[in-house]
Design a binder for this molecule. Structure first.
Ligand code: AMP
Ligand code: MG
Length: 427
């Protein structure tokens, strides 16, 4: 039997980062930047005020203090977006708003709080003179031109993930789009005579096609675009029909039809039309797995991941093999999901020497320790066990039992409430 890691390595050897395209900023979140972001102007472009206050020459107020306020005539007002037209004359001040360019001559801004601005405003709307209660260092409360980003600087380098911060920087450089590695499109094909799509009537002997929806959602969660192609019936022609459509995309994911049953046609079709490997992976759930490459009419070899049909197996296998493949196509590292160590509330048993992925809820106890609690029936068909699963608790293949109260590694699927990791800030 193949280990999960060996299977993953073999699978990932079929994938590489996709081409880059111009992506509008608001569609770029999470993608990988495929260019350096270089500033062709200073940010901020001009020295500007960091406070609402008065722009002046610091030498004019060296003597100022609470007990000895210095009065200066106010001869101008500059708002954010204005362009100052005249310099501040010696011995005078200009009223200035945060973000407004500092006029020539001024080398400091004294905030309203350090003047008698408030008292004066109660008497009159126009202020022709101001008293300053504090001296200022040259440069005080002035953000110099280029303080944030200097013209010519490489602000963000190629290969960086487009986080909200990076997207904000790109916008501050005036960009409307960036060059980024495009999202892969994953074709999803379900197989089985018993399947009916949600919305259609559930006849006798039928079940709803849940795999297409869980796998599509996981694909999108990890940054791909999901294209649900449809349900193939358990016949070679039906599956071939759908695969014809599916190979137009970057990767094909099928579910079911890879075990040893009479109607497991996925393996037969793939044996005809492409390369195929059928593996037993040393994991529970999700032992049977198919992987191969389909021949597209345009000559491309399209990687094909054949998931087991059982709904939990399909999800766990996609987590282990589909997610890293998406990451590679997106130009990211194929790292496993972050894991934590938790204390088990319920034992995890291993019957047959496979790595067990037990579905667990994760919470923190009163001492702040992570705890992992089984989500219930761990059968590979019991999909409801995934609904509250925030992690997969891992029992190694060569360990028979991990007892309640022991520590266990948990690969996190989702972080329940954002507060699982956060601690209050004492301040
Ligand atoms: P198979 O791999 O075809 O033997 O399917 C294994 C189990 O998974 C059977 O109980 C199927 O009914 C179930 N199954 C297969 N495909 C789906 C699907 N798309 N959605 C939900 N259950 C499925
Ligand atoms: Mg089947």
């Amino acid at each position: 039997m193949l280990s999960v890691e060996d299977a993953r390595d073999r699978i990932l050897s079929y994938f590489q980062p996709l081409a880059s395209v111009d992506v509008p900023l608001l569609e770029a979140l999470g993608l990988t930047l495929d260019e350096d972001l270089v500033a062709d102007f200073d940010i901020p472009p001009l020295a500007n005020s960091a406070m609402d206050g008065y722009a002046l020459r610091s030498v004019d107020i060296t003597a100022a203090s609470k007990y000895n306020p210095v009065s200066l005539p106010v001869n101008g007002y500059i708002a954010a977006g204005d362009v100052p037209t005249k310099p501040v004359s010696p011995g005078a001040a200009v009223r200035i708003m945060t973000g407004a360019p500092v006029p020539e001559g001024a080398d400091a801004v004294v905030p309203f709080e350090d003047t008698d601005e408030e008292a004066r405003r109660q008497i009159s709307d126009t202020i022709s003179e101001i008293s300053v209660n504090l001296c200022a260092e040259p440069g005080e409360n002035i953000r110099p031109a280029g303080e944030d980003i200097q013209r010519g600087a490489t602000v963000v380098t190629k290969g960086t993930e487009l986080t909200p911060g990076v997207i904000g920087v790109a916008a501050s450089l005036g960009r409307t789009s960036v060059r980024a590695i495009r999202r892969p499109i994953i074709a999803i094909v379900s197989t089985g005579d018993e399947l009916v799509d949600p919305g259609d009537e559930l006849g006798p002997g039928k079940i709803y096609n849940s795999n297409a929806f869980s796998i599509a959602s996981m694909s999108e969660k990890y940054g791909a675009v999901a294209e649900i192609v449809g349900i193939a019936r358990d016949s070679i022609e039906s599956l071939e029909n759908l695969l014809e459509e599916a190979v137009k995309y970057d990767m094909v994911v099928t579910s079911a039809g890879v075990s040893k049953g009479d109607y497991d046609v996925v393996k037969d079709v793939l044996a005809k039309g492409g390369e195929i490997a059928l593996w037993s992976v040393r994991m529970r759930p999700a032992k049977p797995l198919a992987f191969g490459a389909l021949n597209a009419p345009d000559g491309r070899k399209v990687p094909h991941l054949g998931l087991p049909g059982n709904p939990v197996s399909a999800m766990v296998a996609f987590e282990q093999f589909g997610r890293p493949a998406i990451r590679v196509m997106l130009g990211k590292k194929a790292l496993p999901k972050p894991s934590i160590v938790a204390i088990l509330d319920d034992p995890v048993h291993n019957h047959d020497g496979r790595r067990v992925y037990a579905r667990v809820e994760v919470y923190r106890d009163d001492n702040g320790n992570f705890r992992a609690r089984s989500t219930g029936n761990q059968s590979s068909g019991a999909l409801h066990s995934m609904a509250y699963a925030r992690g997969l608790a891992i029992c190694p293949h060569d360990v028979a039992t991990i007892a309640a109260g022991s520590e266990i590694k948990v690969e996190m699927l989702d972080w329940p409430d954002d507060d699982l990791l956060s601690a209050p800030i004492d301040d």
